[in-house]
Design a protein around this ligand. Structure first.
Ligand code: CA
Ligand code: CA
Ligand code: CA
Ligand code: ZN
Length: 578
């Protein structure tokens, strides 16, 4: 026998064909007296063999090994007794030159069931029992027995299968430093006998460590061996923190952060529970390192839009915009209802109305139907230049092309005659010259609207324009609106925020205190951009959702829903970070 350490990744065991009938497989342990104390302090050979049988039992479903210690049954082939013994030869034939042990099986060809399996260890060799790497001084009965009992079950050598397999397995033909059942061995046993519902799950593939840069994806994943009903509890230890926190966004065997942010750096691990037995196993900790990327302050929000349900009274759709700097800015603001129907949106508001209100609550501009303001041609031209979809002639959609002095504004969308329905409110940076636009900023957009279920969640679109990535603070606010000075009684109790690029989920957040280690940065960012503070304590509600995210130039959507299907009024805000 050669001493070889085998490693491999492909998963495929090999089987001999027959299996035992369901129930007990009785092994007669007839290994005799010890020559001297064993290295692992086992009191006798039977205890060593028994421990190997128990290891297999941990994986077997419909059958299990039982044993008769120091059985006095005759050791011979054909007696339907499963003998386990030391012998100088194999029932009269010599052991092969390098053969440590053999398993001799007999099965009923009709039923495909084993009727006898004898395991004979070569007594002309020096044996002991020990853990760790193979030693030259003695053969390890424990791991050889583990291998032979695999043959008793009906498993063959994967490295001698047709085609040969390169897998880590106790069942490989060559004894090695592997001394406990490997994933491939377990899969093999479970394929023949089913999984032992009371055994702990085994991890076949661990979560992988990665080094990525901000904006790149990371997938944490674990593969669990065998069949079973498992629950997955992920944990996160943020970089530089000593406190492990639950990572609740991941609820299954895998989870992808589509665009990793600095706050995601740390280690991730998962605890897998077997729902039937309650047994559990914890994975290795995978380390995610995150490299920062350079951002550009010349990159700006070129457009924000929000799709939501326009109701009555307080439930109108409200978009807020803040114009920074010291000079006026051209903006195109639109409220689309009928035009959305062309995109297949159902239940649209048939006749939106739009008004712009300044920070003193004064309506500074208003429009009902976009062609009635006397500047339809300019609106059309601006929309075309800015890549906005077309409003049809005589449509009841609203639009305003305005030059607004620095300050805070709200665009209020309501339905004519108190109608309700889905509408889209959009604000575009309409300065014709991009260089000028960068000096006169649209620094923030926010939208307040009703969050319902399904298609009627609140969806904000944002267009990031400029020479490079920029970091934004994005918040989805509900619980804070319940409190003074807002006092919005029907605010969403537990907002959940998801940022998409196209169909790709980049990042999501439920409560802004997760990860806890990143909360300080979110709080500090809010202070820097002049955003009001978020509620810190759970007051019978969930928390607002918020994140810092660095986005490349492009179009994104921020989706706000109720974390567990809740509904209510929510505010979604996007701030450029200086
Ligand atoms: Ca026998
Ligand atoms: Ca209208
Ligand atoms: Ca929440
Ligand atoms: Zn073998």
């Amino acid at each position: 026998m050669l001493v070889t350490l085998l490693t491999g990744s492909a998963k495929a065991f090999d089987s001999l064909g027959p299996t035992w009938a369901s129930g007990d497989i009785v092994m007669h342990l007839q290994l005799g007296e010890l020559p001297s104390p064993l290295l692992d302090a086992s009191p006798d050979w039977a205890t060593v063999a028994q421990s190997a049988l128990e290891e297999w039992n941990g994986q077997l479903g419909r059958s299990r090994f039982t044993w008769i210690r120091n059985s006095t049954a005759e050791v011979r082939r054909g007696n339907r007794v499963n003998n386990v013994a030391f012998r100088p030869d194999v029932y009269g034939s010599a052991f092969g030159d390098r053969t440590l042990a053999v398993t001799l099986g007999s099965s009923n060809t009709g039923s495909g069931r084993y009727i006898e399996q004898d395991v004979l260890f070569n007594s002309t060799l020096t044996w002991n029992s020990y853990r760790g790497p193979l030693r030259n001084s003695a053969r390890d009965l424990r791991r050889v027995a583990l291998h032979e009992f695999g043959h008793v079950l009906g498993l063959d050598h994967p490295d001698q299968a047709q085609p040969a397999q390169t897998v880590a397995a106790v069942m490989n033909s060559i004894v090695s430093n592997l001394e406990v059942l490997q994933f491939d061995d377990i899969l093999g046993a479970q394929s023949l006998y089913g999984a032992n519902a009371s055994s702990p799950p085994t991890i076949a593939a661990q979560p992988q460590s990665r080094a990525v840069r901000v904006g790149e994806p990371y997938t944490m994943a674990v593969t669990v061996g065998g069949a079973g009903d498992y629950t997955y509890t992920w944990s996160f230890l943020p970089l530089g923190s000593s406190r492990t926190e639950p990572f609740r966004l991941a609820t299954g065997p895998g989870y992808t952060i589509g665009a990793v942010q600095l706050a995601d750096a740390g280690t991730y691990s998962v605890r897998v529970n077997n729902a039937v037995s309650g047994n559990a196993v914890t994975s290795n900790a995978a380390q995610l390192s995150v490299g920062a990327i350079a951002t550009s302050v010349d990159t700006t929000l070129a457009n924000i839009s929000t799709r939501g349900v326009v109701g009555r009274g307080n439930d109108v759709l409200i978009a807020g915009l803040v114009i920074g700097g010291t000079t006026s800015k051209d903006v195109l603001i639109r409220a689309a209802g009928p035009a959305l129907g062309d995109f297949g949106v159902g239940g649209t508001l048939t006749d939106p109305m739009l008004r712009i209100v300044n920070s003193r609550g004064e309506t500074v501009m208003a429009n009902d139907d976009w062609e009635t303001g006397g500047n339809a041609a300019a609106i059309s031209a601006a929309a075309q230049r800015l890549g906005a979809f077309e409003f049809k002639s005589s449509s009841r959609d609203s639009a305003l092309l305005a030059t607004l002095p620095p300050g805070s504004y709200t665009a209020v969308v309501s339905g004519a005659d108190d109608q309700t329905g889905i509408a889209l409110v959009e604000a575009y940076d309409a300065d014709p010259n991009a260089a000028v636009a960068r000096t006169r900023k649209l620094v923030n957009i926010a939208t307040r609207g009703q969050v319902d279920r399904g298609d009627n969640v609140l969806i904000a679109g944002l267009v990031v324009s400029g020479p490079g990535p920029r970091t934004f603070l994005i918040r989805a606010i509900g619980p804070t609106l319940l409190k003074p000075p807002f006092n919005v009684g029907d605010a969403l109790r537990d907002p959940f925020l998801q940022i998409y690029r196209g169909e790709t989920l980049l990042r999501e957040n439920d409560d802004w205190d997760a990860p806890l280690a990143a909360q300080a940065a979110v709080r500090e960012a809010a202070v820097r951009v002049g955003a009001f503070p978020l509620q810190e304590i759970r007051d019978g509600t969930g928390l607002d959702a918020a994140m810092l995210i660095t986005l490349q130039p492009g179009s994104y959507t921020a989706k706000v829903s109720g974390f567990q299907g809740g509904t209510g009024v929510a505010l979604v805000e996007v701030y450029e970070l200086p």
